[in-house]
Design a protein around this ligand. Structure first.
Ligand SMILES: Nc1nc2c(ncn2[C@@H]2O[C@H](COP(=O)(O)OP(=O)(O)OP(=O)(O)O)[C@@H](O)[C@H]2O)c(=O)[nH]1
Length: 939
């Protein structure tokens, strides 16, 4: 993040007024518009040097220890020896003056890096001094540590710093005020003695609480802190309290130290974080003005202490409150439950969601989780187990809302309460409806044949030709006890479909026909089917099939099933057994009678036909001509053409309905299966559907469901990436699987790619696993996953971010990029078949960051860039990446200039002006990546 500093930033960093800085720039011959103009780093450095020189002169009389200025000069350039004159030296060492085309010069190191290096150096310089004082410093620290928890009483700690009592001997006024130069190594602000509770203010940005936990974040209490001259001064005041964490944010300590002076606003900002010895070094040399209270600068330069102070006090209060509330874990405090506090979370919730519910800081929870051995970001979806661990630790009972509950709550949001609706129905509302039957049984016992036989039995005359269409369910009519009765059959035999539907919360079956071949007797799946039906509380009718066979033994079947609790009527039980031959069409009528008898005996098969339809999708497909068609089974209400419906995540208006004979149906009543056209997408079998008043409601419900599903999927994806999976895969041994991670620019593309890839047919020994898919740039965590599971990452129209790129290179992860789905499929297919030719591969040859865009009517937009890595060569193929997403591909670098000169290449850290021909969609912050084709060695 080596952003160009703005004038006012430099000014405030040095504690001078922006106007002065502007004036200085003018003197230096640099033209800038105003305080918020950004300037190139070399200029910034020159400006700093110049201001520092001024400042040093002015400061000479000030009480700030002279030593302060010394390390500061070194911060500019790590290579430069610290010297008393922080002047223009670094500028001389500039790699190159800025190119006119892009007046944006940059040095190789980022500001942060330079600062860090400088600070490290200064730390060394200060170390000696620190050592001398460390002893003294540690004493109060120890005392502080010992009392930390006790003193966290409201009375003791109105300020963050107050958490630790000031050691009695703290030097007070008179002495140079500690901390008025947060950058001075000699002042000791950076060297607060061991803080007992690093990060006890989770709201302080300087503490890095919101950061990912990393080893650097683990508090290392008692870390020697260089340069604490004043044992009395130290206040472990939270800020900068993370010895390790301080690395990224140099400085917090300065602010802390500033407090004694009263004006300090340094909390949020840099200033000598202890571990890294940031206490000393700062380019500011003359001593941390602006942030510290020093010499009245605080008010003068726009960063009044007052503002920061009030902010600080809020944070402080919060931190203290939390501290009182809870003991700390991993250096952070989080409000705790009493062990029974129930927290309800949706599937796929993230730490942030949890934090919201318990009013905690997500960053703190991340830290806690980290200490429990799990790494996760605040916004990442977590699985239930992870939440349970976290909840248990913090005294909460986590309830992850079940999909059904979730959907119920979702519908309630639209004022739809299906349960209530059913409850409110009276006998007057209810009308008899046909039973819905599923046929189950062991493989090859004749389920399909039986369904066919029933279908073709065409029991009631007038159904000329019988049922012709397979729509997933059909209804037959039969005369039972002199009355024409209908029975609905689910046309997908087997308990798997039955159970899959149940898993979605759809209980459509009223009666199960258990088919047992009389020649075979009960078999494993007979028992399974039986168990499934019984666990769903669905009564069973047994069809003893294949009685036409010579070796058929129907009595044996009856006897066998007795052992499983199915006792035939003739044996004194209540289960109807019917001998049938699906092939010969024997016993079909009797079977239907048995079904109706069973229904009438024990089931209340009634539904209210006079309301908006509710039901379940039984089967659905994408039809070339008709779009998404779904067979739905109406459970209550009446479905009519023109109704607005939502089925799972599909929504739309019923355009047309057809029955199993292919005939158009205008309205469908309970237990009637109809094929519906007009849905936006294909629902899944088992998805419930309902009619809504308005189209809009249907759409909104669908969208909400989709979001919920996505979240749930994310939670699962995280589970999938665990180490266990990898181990298991290893244990499986024989299976060679090709693991993939798919990232794309839009979800549609990702899904399409995933679907196509999974359809690739290869021999059974090779397995294709998609470990993770998602929308957005390829990230570090994708690479992590790929590393763990030996996966290949496929980027579809997306690129890796810088860190991911580096990590992929380091870990040797194969990241492939495609912009045409078929190419991706081809490659994967070929590699699965072991036929992937060693081909040319795309190699990234250079990356440049756009720092400025120059608009030219003649040449189009010219990108003022700094080359971040590699070399940008003229005539190379280029692509433009914005936030990790490719916005322009296959572009030519038509012009490449430095200093008005055309050049053929520009190397890392140099600037250039790049023209991409007609492609003008470039913005500051975009990356231009150049690509070379290189032959890929065969593995
Ligand atoms: N003799 C005789 N054969 C039958 C009868 N019913 C089915 N079969 C035969 O049994 C075999 C299996 O029948 P299916 O209807 O396919 O059995 P299934 O239970 O649906 O089988 P899966 O779909 O594989 O689970 C077929 O060859 C049928 O012709 C019957 O009543 N008598």
């Amino acid at each position: 993040m080596a952003a160009k500093p703005r004038v006012h930033e430099i000014a405030s960093e040095l504690g001078v007024d922006s106007k002065i800085a502007l004036e200085k720039l003018k003197q230096m011959g640099e033209y800038v518009k105003g305080p918020s103009s950004s300037i190139e780093p070399p200029v910034a450095r020159r400006l700093k040097a110049a201001l520092e020189a001024d400042g040093a002169a002015a400061k000479a009389a000030a009480p700030a220890p002279a030593a302060a200025a010394k390390p500061a000069s070194s911060t500019v350039k790590p290579g430069v020896k610290p010297g008393p004159k922080p002047a223009a030296k670094p500028v001389v060492e500039e790699p190159e003056a800025p190119a006119p085309a892009a007046p944006v010069a940059e040095v190789p190191l980022t500001v942060a890096e330079r600062q860090a290096q400088a600070e490290e150096k200064a730390a060394h310089a200060a170390a000696e001094k620190a050592e001398q004082q460390a002893e003294q410093a540690e004493k109060p620290a120890a005392a502080a540590a010992a009392t930390a928890s006790d003193v966290a009483k409201p009375s003791t700690g109105p300020k963050p710093g107050g958490a630790v009592p000031r050691p009695a001997g703290a030097p007070r006024p008179g002495a140079p005020r500690p901390g008025n130069n947060p950058f001075s190594s000699s002042q000791g602000m950076g060297s607060r003695p061991a803080q007992p509770r690093p990060g006890n203010n989770p709201f302080s940005s300087s503490q890095g609480m919101g950061q990912r936990p990393s080893p650097g974040n683990i508090p290392r209490p008692q870390a020697p802190r260089p340069g604490s001259p004043r044992p009395g001064a130290p206040r472990p005041a939270g800020a900068g309290g993370r010895p390790g964490g301080g690395f990224q944010r140099p400085g917090g300590g300065g602010g802390a130290g500033a407090r004694p002076g009263g004006a300090g606003g340094g909390f949020q900002r840099p200033g000598g974080a202890p571990g890294g010895g940031f206490g000393g070094p700062r380019p500011a040399g003359g001593g941390g003005r602006g942030r510290g209270p020093g010499g009245g600068t605080a008010g003068a330069f726009g960063r009044g202490g007052g503002k920061s102070k009030s902010r600080k006090s809020k944070r402080t209060k919060r931190a203290e409150f939390e501290m009182r509330e809870a003991p700390s874990l991993g250096g952070v405090s989080v409000p705790r439950g009493d062990g029974n506090t129930v927290i309800r979370l949706r599937r796929g919730s993230s730490i942030s969601d949890f934090a919201d519910k318990i009013d905690a800081n997500p960053g703190s929870l991340v830290t806690v989780l980290f200490h429990l051995g799990e790494m996760a970001t605040a916004t990442e979806s977590l699985d239930e187990a992870t939440f349970e661990v976290l909840g248990a630790e913090l005294g909460y009972k986590i309830q992850v809302v079940s999909p059904e509950d979730e959907d119920r709550e979702l519908l309630e949001g639209f004022d739809i309460d299906l349960d209530q609706e059913l409850e409110n129905e009276t006998d007057d509302d209810l009308a008899a409806r046909p039973p819905v039957v599923t046929v189950m049984g062991h493989v090859d016992h004749g389920k399909t044949r039986l369904l066919d036989a029933i279908r073709n039995a065409n029991v009631v005359a007038g159904e000329a030709g019988g049922i012709t269409q397979h729509i997933g369910a059909y209804q037959v009519h039969t005369e039972h006890e002199g009355i024409d009765r209908a029975i609905t059959f689910i046309d997908t035999p087997g308990h798997e479909a039955f159970t899959a539907m149940r898993a979605r919360g759809a209980q459509v079956t009223d009666i199960a026909i258990l088919v047992v071949a009389a020649d075979d007797g009960i078999m494993p799946q007979t028992i399974e089917a039986l168990n499934h039906a019984q666990s769903a509380n669905v009564p069973i009718v047994v069809a003893v099939n294949k009685i036409d066979k010579p070796d058929a033994n129907p009595a044996k079947v009856r006897q066998q099933l007795t052992e499983f609790g199915l006792v035939a009527e003739e044996y004194g039980g209540d289960v109807l057994f019917v001998d049938v031959s699906a092939r010969e069409g024997i016993g079909i009528q009797e079977l239907l009678d048995a079904v109706l008898l069973t229904a009438d005996a024990g089931l209340d098969l009634r539904a209210n036909p006079d309301k908006d339809a509710r039901g379940v999708a039984i089967e659905a497909k994408l039809d070339k001509g008709r779009g998404a068609v779904a067979t739905v089974l109406i459970q209550s209400g009446t479905l009519r053409v023109g109704d607005a419906i939502v089925a799972g995540t599909a929504y739309g208006r019923v355009r047309a309905m057809a029955d199993e004979n292919g005939d158009a149906v205008a309205e469908a009543t309970p237990a009637r299966p109809v094929q519906v056209q007009g849905l936006s997408s294909v629902p899944r079998a088992g998805d419930t559907f309902l009619v809504t008043e308005e189209d809009r409601t249907a759409r909104q419900i669908a969208e909400k469901r989709e979001a919920a599903e996505r979240n749930a999927l994310l939670a699962k994806a995280r589970k999938r990436i665990s180490l266990e999976d990898f181990t298991r895969a290893l244990e499986e041994g024989k299976v060679e699987s090709l693991n993939l991670i798919i990232k794309g620019d839009v979800s549609g593309a990702v899904e399409a790619l995933e679907e196509s890839l999974l359809k690739i047919e290869v021999d059974e020994s090779v397995q294709l696993r998609i470990l993770h898919r998602g929308v957005g740039a390829v990230t570090e965590s994708d690479i992590d996953l790929a590393t763990i599971d030996n996966a290949i990452v496929i980027g579809f129209n997306v690129r890796p971010d810088v860190k991911a790129r580096e990590r992929a290179a380091r870990e040797g992860v194969d990241v492939r990029f495609y912009s045409v789905i078929y190419n991706a499929i081809d490659d994967i297919e070929n590699s699965l078949k072991g036929m992937l030719k060693p081909e040319y591969e795309e190699v990234q040859s250079g990356v440049a960051e756009i720092r400025e865009v120059f608009r030219s009517s003649k040449f189009g937009n010219i990108a003022g860039v700094i080359v971040r890595s590699g070399t940008i060569t003229r005539n190379a193929k280029a692509r433009v990446i914005r936030d990790g997403v490719v916005v322009g591909d296959n572009l030519a670098i038509e012009s490449l200039r430095r200093f008005k000169d055309d050049v053929t290449e520009v190397r890392t850290d140099f600037e250039a002006g790049i023209g991409l021909g007609k492609f003008n969609d470039i913005q500051v912050g975009d990356e231009i990546e150049t690509i070379e084709m290189r032959e890929k060695p065969r593995a």
